[in-house]
Structures are given as C-alpha cells and as structure tokens.
Design a protein around this ligand. Structure first.
Ligand code: FE2
Ligand code: FE2
Length: 193
C-alpha cells in the first residue's frame, strides 16, 4: 500500500478530482517520492508535504477538458489556466481538510505548498522544495516518461532530452537532484534495449 493509514481518508476525497490528465496515477508516484524525500530531511514536515501532494493537482478537474493539455508544458497556450488549477486545488483542499478535522494552522501550511506549486519555481521553504521536487520526479518514472510522450506526441528519446536539458536544472533539493539524475540514467540505459 502506497498510502499511510492516516492519508487514506484524504486520498478518498482527492481521487474523485484526480480523474483527468492521469492525475490519479501521477499523484500516487509523487506521493511515494515525497515520502522518500522526507526521509532525507528531518527538518521537513511530512504532515504538511504529504497532504499537499495528495491535493496539489485536484484543481485540473475544474479546467475545461479540451484545454487541459494546452495549459502546461513547453508550449503552454493558457498560463492563466495553469494558475487557475492551483487555485481550484487550494479550494478543494481547504474544504476537504476542514471536513477531515485539520487545524487552521495545518491547513494554512498545506495550501501554501499547493498555491504556486507550478507557477513559482524557487524554493519558498524546505517543505515547498520537497513538494516541488516530488511533483517533478514523477516525470522520470517509466510511467511519467510514457505519459509525457503521449501528451506531447513525442518519442521517448525526445522526452529524455527534455528531462535532461530543461527539467534537471530545476530540482531544488540535493536528494531531488540525485534521484532525478539517477532515474534519467536508468531511463537512458533502458532506451538502448
Ligand atoms: Fe500542478
Ligand atoms: Fe503535479
């Protein structure tokens, strides 16, 4: 089981909103990767990072379906919708976390990571850096490679070139940098066979 016992109730609420853009799958990989990254950073707050990653992309469910695939990535036609999915995710998380009994203080810390997770690029805190790195690390998994190729109708070689040239330099934590490099190298070896 990927999810910790205490996160199952959050997942049950979030997954209803994650039925577009392979977000239900993406979220499970990023949740696992966030949990792994937190092991390396005792100062990070896993009780903030994991709830945030569960809800971070729920807002895509509120964006017109035909525009979703044009609202992120290298040729983003609708940057305002990239922003809107963050705000919709914040609203969904806020509502769900109140109902699940989270304190105001916890909710503020969690939605602070969701708000701006794609539209800000810098590390706003250690929790934020881990959350952003876990979100991006999914792209380096076999599942991420495949889905990105399908989204942008590009070959696996092209996917790996983008991950190497444009995404690798954006990792914020040392461990995120190490893992992304390692996963890229493995994907490149895999391409030879
Ligand atoms: Fe996002
Ligand atoms: Fe994401």
């Amino acid at each position: 089981m990927i999810f910790r016992e205490q996160d199952l109730a959050l997942w049950e609420v979030a997954k209803v909103h994650l039925n577009v853009r392979n977000n239900d799958e993406h979220t499970q990989f990023s949740y696992y990767l966030a949990k792994e990254l937190c092991q390396f950073y005792p100062d990070a707050d896993i009780e903030v990072v994991l709830p945030a990653i569960i809800f971070h992309d729920t807002g895509w469910s509120k964006i017109p379906k035909e525009k979703i695939l044009h609202a992120f990535g290298p040729n983003n036609k609708y940057p305002e919708l990239t922003r809107q999915h963050e705000l919709e995710s914040v609203a969904i998380a806020q509502d769900a976390l109140v109902k699940l009994g989270f304190s105001n203080e916890q909710i503020t810390a969690i939605v602070a990571l969701i708000d701006g997770h794609d539209t800000t690029k810098n590390s706003r805190s250690l929790n934020d850096a881990i959350h952003k790195d876990a979100d991006k690390l999914w792209r380096y998994t076999p599942h991420g490679n495949k889905i990105i190729g399908e989204w942008f109708e590009i070959s696996q070689d092209e996917v790996l070139t983008i991950l190497e040239d444009f995404v690798l330099p954006t990792f914020l934590t040392d461990e995120g940098k190490r893992l992304s490099n390692m996963m890229l190298e493995i994907a490149k070896i895999n391409q030879q066979f």
